[in-house]
Design a protein around this ligand. Sequence first.
Ligand SMILES: [Cu+2]
Length: 681
Amino acid sequence: MKVFVLLALVAAATAWPSFGSDSLQGYQSDAGTTFSLKQKQHHVNTLLWKIYDHLHDAELKEMADTFDPEADTSIYSDGGDAVHHLVQEDKDHRLLEQHHWFSLFNTRQREEALMLFDVLIHCTSWDCFVHNAAYWREHINEGEFVYALYTAVIHSKVAEGVILPPLYEVTPHMFTNSEVIMEAYAAKMKNTPGKFNMAFTGTKKNHEQRVAYFGEDIGVNTHHVTWHMDFPFWWQDSYGHHLDRKGELFFWVHHQLTARFNSERLSNWLDTVGELHWEETIVEGFAPHTMYKYGGEFPPRPDNVHFEDVDGVARVRDMLIMESRIRDAIAHGYITAKDGSHISIMDEEGIDKLGDIIESSMYSPNIQYYGQLHNLAHVMLGRQGDPHGKYNMTPGVMEHFETATRDPSFFRLHKYMDNIFKEHKDTLTPYTKEDLEFAGVSVEEIKVDGELKTFFEKYEFDLRNAVDSAEGIEEVELKAIVPRLNHNDFSFVADVNNNNDAEKLATFRIYMCPQFDNNGQEYTFDSGHWHCIEMDKFWKKLSPGSNHIVRKSSESSVTVPDVPHFQSLIDYADGKSEEVPEHYSACGIPNRMLLPKGKENGMEFALILAVTDGEYDATHDHAAESEHGGSHAHCGTHGEVYPDKRPMGFPLDRRIPDRRIYDQAPNFKYSIVKVFHGEEH
Ligand SMILES: [Cu+2]
């Protein structure tokens, strides 16, 4: 089952004294107050409603007014270290003011947000968590607060099961354009409800606009920002657990975003994306048509800009030096650690280490030497409109994970890093017959049931949190209407023979790879494998004999369903609705975008199925009985090891100099399918 069943947890929460008994001993305020999941949901809803305004809710207001974070340090697992630090910063008036923009890439602002995260993650009970959240909401910058709260709810044991509202309904400014925001302000002033159509930025004179529906999709933005919250580059294992294969996931999630962007480009008669380079012109400019809640418009970038050094961030030369050190590591086949020792990358785990140094994350074995190519690149690109800070411009869209994919240069930048990863993958030995083998198992057929058909639909989301309100004045209904890609339901259908006498656990790996480039040239297996998009990965038990496997498009472990609307979370928590919202994570490609757009007359893709030995591949027992959180392919499973032992992208992640290895492998099969796009469905 794909979703997390809240109801079961509600029951569990009332039955147990608290979650995760080991780590939660010691503190029970109010003679052992425990909170049901519904109460926790109510708290989180209230904390995130109208974040630019003071708390209205009496219970939380009381907490904010009366709580002294330092009064009882036994409520923290770090003895109160984090809270003393934050309180001191607050007393010294060093914290960023409220009603100011916040960017995670701003070092000082990030430090402040992480000071609060540090407090929340060390809370050993919900009571501590919610009191601190309520208190700091009134003391810290709103953007820092939202970031700290989201990451803490994702990673804290005491918040397990709480559903975070969709970010586009908490901070709508970051997900829609200025025109819509202005209309919402006007409607609010006139106290008149309204629904406003959001158009993708730019005009048809700009051919990049044909694929703006991908980079500006609220679900793609939510996936990207949530992934970076699930796997923060600043994460340290001292927060409580290790994030398994974070570096490799960094590679894979961005590689797949780039590959998917390319499939969308080919669907729209555009060439695949080319890489940006520090010494070359940034040909494509960008006008974001997006504004901050505080700080004005996001800065635009004209066409044909040459990279300039950015004051206080990095010089172009620094970027080239970092790149060449990383390329040296690939050429040598090893990374040089801080103490000078060599860490080999010429194996399956090499990509994980490379991901850590390129991002770079705190897992990087040598930040001093390899620098922070990815993070600095985002800021470098974000600042090209005002590299010397002459015009006091706000950070660019590239300096926020929720807005970065709006700028077409995001994909060019990631293509540049993707090519570095590819350089590494190309140095590894191509897979042999033995690597691919699954004894006694053969795929007879792979096909789809149902037409692969995409269409655009309209979707509404709530804008009430974009505008200010005053206590006692009725809210008016305000909504944005956005066009978004969707597809008809379909299923993957496979016939697989198991010629062994015993049941076998099998891993199903499904990819779709564009057949032709924009010039009509057919991709070879070797030139096309890097463009393949992952469609699904799951485990099934194969009985001896023939097995007919049907896997629904809605079940894909690459994707997630829509996050429940903020209002439905409120209705549920406040007892106004019987409906229990079900949602596990907002990390994952939106399920409605599982298929690339395709073309009116059909666009050809190779549909590839590799069935490999699940006994070897799966890292969990009962792999076939679990969906591992629902979107494990790009997002892993919270707090657990990645369910699949194989390299991400297996078996299409390495060079394929001789395709006969694949053609002759009975457990590997492909067919040609067409994706159609139309207005009706
Ligand atoms: Cu990213």
